[in-house]
Write a protein that binds this ligand. Structure first.
Ligand code: NAD
Ligand code: MG
Length: 401
């Protein structure tokens, strides 16, 4: 494959950093055209120095000034672009072949969608984009000849276990032939065995202490509540054209089997590996080649056992809420995701309890009732509905504070 020129959206985050780690191992294959960050501008500076990125995108003028002030005097300054429009527009730069969409939350939707509409290879880590706008996003991939490679480890595993994945990257509308079910594995997070009564008092740091994965704080809380798995069920629905009833969540505490595909003949194909995001990232970057990710040997002989158990919906009510949203339709999924982003933010900043997160989401979905019946058909309508649900969720949080 010819050299790829990358735009890494959210380069200073956990996925962004892992992406640059893989990229640095293959200077013959990858160049970095652009990087983006919302905070941690000092880190953005060191990344831009190390990669020789030609463009950086920052949120506002203050961040741009800070970037310039920190930039080393002996190096040519990259072009600095400012604001949310620049974030999306940079995805359309003709030099860019490949976009890593690794911004957290719905904030990452416009830029990820712009990359699909520009017909790029899109490495999608930002699951919220598919939850909020799956129909629009998949249509954009098809209409504009983009290539979509899932980076979320479960979806990357399923993608690897499906036949014809060259065509699958083109977002076909039918499920792969002969597939009976998709089995999404979930670790169960830090509270898999915590007494349900004790969940009321857990702290943000406890919720972010994931037993197997090191991730950003929002997705860490989502993993603790298992809303993350719910978002992933919705993500799998769009990526693989699979209805809710054929997507099953299986708790697998070791996080070594990253997900499975069950076929009509009874075969189950699984993808295994260390819980290290550099594996799915390298798969997406190298596709269809396999390239070194920096992940060490997987010593099967040291494995004592692989456990599988059903999810406890009493402990993880968010999972049931996500299935409800998927069955109800696109607007409900937007409400679910928006309410969760607001509730997780309020929990991380000490304003609501951990156990109030599912309550806020459930109440918000109910309050959005009639509006949930509509089906947004443009990015603007999606963002309108998202804003409305956020306002409702914020008010619900205030009432509890
Ligand atoms: P993170 O919090 O570590 O990083 C987020 C990045 O997005 C940062 O670079 C930040 O500056 C940027 N950002 C935040 N808010 C922004 C805004 N409003 N506008 C523009 N940029 C903004 O998050 P992460 O853990 O790297 O996760 C990124 C995405 O990947 C999420 O959607 C997450 O669900 C998904 N994901 C992450 C993992 C993982 O292991 N971390 C695994 C699977 C999927
Ligand atoms: Mg995942």
């Amino acid at each position: 494959m010819k050299e790829q020129n990358l735009y890494v959206l959210g380069s200073t985050g956990s996925i962004g950093e892992s992406t640059l780690d893989v990229v640095a191992r293959h200077p013959d294959r990858f160049r970095v055209h652009a990087l983006s960050a919302y905070s941690r501008i000092d880190k953005l500076v060191s990344q831009a120095v190390a990669t020789g990125s030609r463009v950086v995108v920052v949120p506002d003028d203050a961040a741009a000034r800070r970037f310039t002030a920190l930039w080393p005097a002996d190096k040519p300054v990259p072009e600095i672009r400012v604001g949310a429009d620049a974030l999306a527009d940079t995805a359309t730069d003709p030099e860019v072949t490949t976009v890593m969409a690794a911004i957290v939350g719905t904030a990452g939707l416009p830029s990820a969608l712009a990359a699909a509409r520009a017909g790029k290879r899109v490495l999608l880590a930002n699951k919220e984009a598919l939850v909020a706008a799956g129909g629009l996003f998949m249509q954009a991939v098809r209409d504009h000849g983009a290539e979509l490679l899932p980076i979320d480890s479960e979806h990357n595993a399923i993608f690897q276990c499906l036949p014809g994945n060259g065509e699958r990257a083109r977002a076909p509308q039918e499920p792969a032939h002969g597939v009976r079910r998709l089995l999404l594995t979930a670790s169960g997070g830090p509270f898999r065995n915590t007494a349900v009564e004790a969940l009321r008092d857990v702290t943000p740091d406890q919720a972010c202490a994931h037993p197997n994965w090191s991730m950003g704080r929002k997705i860490s809380v989502d993993s603790a509540t298992m809303l993350n798995k719910g978002l992933e069920v919705i993500e799998a629905h769009w990526l693989f054209s699979m209805e809710a009833d054929r997507i099953q969540v299986v708790v697998h505490p070791q996080s070594l089997v990253h997900s499975m595909v069950e076929y009509e003949d009874g075969s189950i194909l699984a993808q295994l590996g260390q819980p290290d995001m550099r594996t799915p990232i390298a798969y997406g970057l190298g596709f269809p080649d396999r390239i070194d990710s920096g992940v060490g040997l997987f010593e099967l002989m040291t494995l004592r056992q692989l456990d599988f158990e059903p999810p406890d919906l009493n402990r993880f009510p968010c999972l049931a809420l996500a299935y409800d949203a998927l069955r109800a339709g696109q607007s409900s999924c937007i409400s679910l995701n928006a309410a969760n982003e607001v509730a997780v933010d309020r929990f991380l900043t000490g304003r609501i309890r951990y156990t109030e997160i599912p309550q806020i989401i459930g109440d918000c979905m109910e309050r959005m009732g009639a509006a949930n019946g509509s089906c947004p058909s443009s990015l603007e309508e999606v963002l309108d509905h998202d804003r409305h649900a956020r306002a409702v969720a914020a008010e619900l949080c205030m009432l509890r504070a």
